[in-house]
Ligand binder design. Structure first.
Ligand code: MRU
Length: 362
């Protein structure tokens, strides 16, 4: 079990942290090796570009905001341990490192958002020495992490207004503390409601092929003392029909300007089921997940992953050799299936386009 950690936010509040998995330790990026959960809780420490790239690619760290934070902290760690002959060499090296980390996964926009922000702040800095430049990068990364925790907590406060005692909730994949700086996006309203003494019952879709729902969501909610039930993905329709679900909340990896939202494969199916059963379907995400350069979800790049994840996922062959596999990691839920988007600045309801545009000025 994790020891409860409290966190003093810059808004002056002290809050419980749920899974503080991302940090800088001795100059290295420290993170939970999520592929081992729920059996083992182990941390790894990294400070070279290829192992950070690899940790993101193989989902040792995953979830849109978390990979943005990890890439930013990782960039700072790699640059910190590198020796430069002159401060002029540092920005080009940082740019090359950022470009490599950005190749790790294509769908979650938070990765590019975080790396671009770190590089922009580095370029804009007046720092003269390599030491100061290294500190500038580290500060940017730590700011991103701190802001992410605050944004997630705010999402939780707004999202809690949708919940009431005795409610049944369904979520897909893991959009919790493990997927963010802490609190999560989709899970944050559940944490905040639980802190306020509300009794909720959460159903976690298992989330084939990599089981983020049963391995990670069920693990972190159980750690927090929230009533959680894991179901296989193909049970969601039946669970809804039985009247067990009052509300669905999922996260997002990228939201286009019209509100179409990419999230873990299977989310679109859950949204269709929710519509059929008249169950409100909410997406929860911070502003770093919006990509206003894309007018609709069809333009969101969808990561394709290895067949082995389907054929041989957890050490046992579950499909014949020599057949075809198709393994898109994400799908896009069209805006008309979304009841509302819970952000750190409030809940946006349809029509989404003006609401999303206006969000930038709030
Ligand atoms: O492939 P993953 O595990 O990185 O996919 C994660 C998701 O789809 C999450 O729901 C999304 O990133 C939101 S995390 C707050």
């Amino acid at each position: 079990m994790l020891d409860p950690v409290s966190w003093k936010s810059s808004d002056g509040g002290t809050y419980r942290r749920y899974v503080p998995e991302l940090a800088v330790s001795g100059g290295k990026l420290r993170l939970i090796e999520q592929t081992l959960l729920p059996e083992k809780l182990e941390y790894i420490e990294l400070d070279d570009t290829e192992s950070i790239f690899d940790a993101i690619k193989r989902l040792a760290v995953r979830g849109a905001p978390a990979i943005g934070c990890a890439a930013a902290l990782g960039l700072a760690a790699v640059v910190r341990k590198t020796e430069f002959n002159s401060s002029g060499e540092l920005p080009a090296f940082a740019q090359k490192t950022a470009a490599r980390l950005a190749e790790s996964r294509p769908t979650a926009v938070n990765l590019f958002w975080a790396l671009n922000r770190c590089m922009a702040e580095l370029k804009a800095s007046n720092a003269a020495s390599t030491g100061e430049l290294k500190n500038t990068l580290l500060k940017s990364a730590l700011d991103i992490l701190e802001e992410d925790i605050q944004m997630c907590r705010s999402i939780g406060m707004y999202g809690k207004s949708l919940l009431h005692d005795g409610m049944g909730l369904l979520t897909h994949c893991n959009a919790g503390a493990l997927a963010t700086g802490d609190y999560g996006t989709a899970l944050s309203p559940m944490y905040v409601a639980h802190e306020a003494g509300m009794k909720i019952k959460v159903y976690a879709d298992e989330t084939r092929p990599l089981l983020q729902g049963s391995r990670l969501t069920a693990w972190e909610l159980h750690q927090a003392g929230i009533d959680v039930t894991a179901i296989c993905d193909n049970m969601a329709a039946q669970v809804m029909k039985e009247g067990r679900i009052d509300l669905v909340i999922v996260g997002a990896d990228r939201i286009a300007a019209n509100g179409d939202a990419a999230n873990k494969i299977g989310t679109y199916g859950v949204a269709v089921l929710a519509k059929y059963h008249n169950i409100p379907f909410y997406v929860a995400a911070p502003y770093s997940t919006f990509d206003l350069s894309l007018d609709c979800g069809a333009k969101i790049p969808i990561e394709q992953r290895q067949p082995a994840e389907i054929a041989n996922g957890f050490g046992r062959r579950t499909a014949p050799e020599n057949i075809n596999f198709y393994n898109p990691a994400f799908d896009v839920t069209p805006n008309e299936l979304i009841t509302g988007i819970i952000t750190e600045k409030g809940i946006i309801t349809p029509p989404f386009e003006p609401g999303i545009r206006e969000l930038q000025n709030r």
